[in-house]
Design a protein around this ligand. Structure first.
Ligand SMILES: *Cc1c(COP(=O)(O)O)cnc(C)c1O
Length: 371
């Protein structure tokens, strides 16, 4: 028999998945309401071009994009962008700050590229933070703004002493839109729509600095073979025209554009960071007080505002807790594969209300007491 959590304890929306994440109420209805004016029409015609430009200008507004920076997008999602970096942006050797599974995957991509020298690695154990540091022998510094596998967030700052010819490339897939950013610190800030942007997967989007745009031109002209799927200069050209190199998912772009309108109307990035900060406070304050849960990330300054990880007392069966919550509509609290020992992971992207995070902690207390 499954425990039934009292209705007044339950969050208004029980989706806490780290990606794909909660899509706010009304959005799918808004998509349906566009009817045949958008879905099932050519992506080379004006309505879809306008939609792509709506996403590009919405992002430029959200991030207060500096002069000369451009929003570029293409198909394949963030993991495809790891490979794109190896083909289209690294000249010879990159350095990777690695402190979790996504950073590891990114480094693996450059390591596997036979045309590049082996990357330099700066590593930290899960739960800790590694940051890039000056190295005259690299032309790219790469790191993860928010390590979705561990719940550690990193600063976005150029390593001290880095030259203008060394690019900073930041995987911001789960961070973008929910963590603070000084855009001038990143040459390439890339992400995907299925986390803070409350949409679906399959696309990559990147904010490119003038130095990154120039590097893309330089490498495209170098004679290196670049498969067209991983080409960046063509993506830049198409993006400027409100297009993508090959057919994009139109519904994904629509949902993202709606989320960007909401974000920009609610105070922009500062407004979104206020929301994620309130959620994170609710989660970590509860975990610190709890006698059976504790924040997985020891240093409070490294605890993510967008993906929280909580370690439970080994005596508690986390799978039974998760199953009970899921049966009550509170879903997707799974830890990333192989991280922690008895862990729950809670997404706190801008769409998630802090009151729902607080309700989740009350539900956890109620369930743990009764299991
Ligand atoms: C989700 C995630 C990815 C993978 O994104 P895809 O679009 O599925 O390729 C990469 N990096 C980070 C930090 C993520 O959170």
């Amino acid at each position: 028999m499954t425990l039934q959590i009292p209705a007044d304890l339950l969050p208004a929306d029980g989706r806490f998945g780290s990606g794909p994440s909660k899509v706010p109420a009304g959005r799918l209805e808004a998509l349906a309401a566009t009817g045949v004016s958008l879905m099932g029409t050519s992506h080379r015609q004006q309505p879809v071009k306008d939609l792509v430009q709506r996403v590009r200008s919405g992002l430029a507004e959200l991030f207060a994009l500096p002069d000369g920076y451009e929003v570029v997008l293409g198909n394949g999602g963030s993991v495809a962008f790891f490979d794109l970096v190896t083909y289209a942006l690294v000249r010879e050797r990159s350095q990777h700050a690695v402190f979790g599974e996504f950073g590891k995957k990114f480094a693996k991509a450059t390591k596997a590229a036979p045309w590049l020298a082996d990357p330099v690695m700066v590593e930290a154990a899960p739960g800790a933070l590694a940051v890039p540091s000056y190295d005259a022998g690299v032309d790219v510094y790469a790191w993860t703004h928010n390590e979705t596998s561990t719940g550690v967030m990193a600063p976005v700052a150029r390593p001290e002493g880095a030259s203008a010819d060394q690019l900073t490339i930041v995987d911001a897939t789960s961070a973008a839109g929910g963590l603070p950013l000084d855009p001038i610190q990143a040459d390439v800030y890339f992400f995907a729509p299925q986390k803070s942007f409350a949409s679906d997967g399959g696309l990559w989007l990147a904010l490119l600095s003038p130095a990154a745009l120039a590097r893309a031109e330089e490498i495209a002209a170098s004679g290196r073979h670049i498969p067209s799927f991983f080409g960046l200069t063509a993506a830049i050209k198409q993006s400027r025209a409100g297009q993508t190199v090959n057919t994009p998912a139109v519904a994904t772009l629509f949902l993202m554009a709606e989320q960007l309108d909401w974000m920009n109307a609610q105070g922009g990035l500062a407004g979104m960071v206020a929301r994620t900060t309130a959620s994170a406070e609710a989660l970590y304050t509860w975990a610190e007080k709890s006698d059976y849960a504790t924040p997985f990330v020891p240093d409070p300054a490294h605890r993510s505002l967008v993906v929280g990880t909580v370690e439970l007392d080994p005596a508690i069966d986390k799978d039974a807790v998760r199953a009970t919550l899921a049966a009550n509509g509170v879903v997707d609290l799974d830890a990333y594969r192989g991280i922690g020992t008895n862990q729950l992971r809670i997404a706190m992207y801008p769409s998630v209300d802090a009151a729902d995070v607080a309700a989740l902690t009350a539900c956890l207390d109620w369930v743990v007491e009764r299991l």
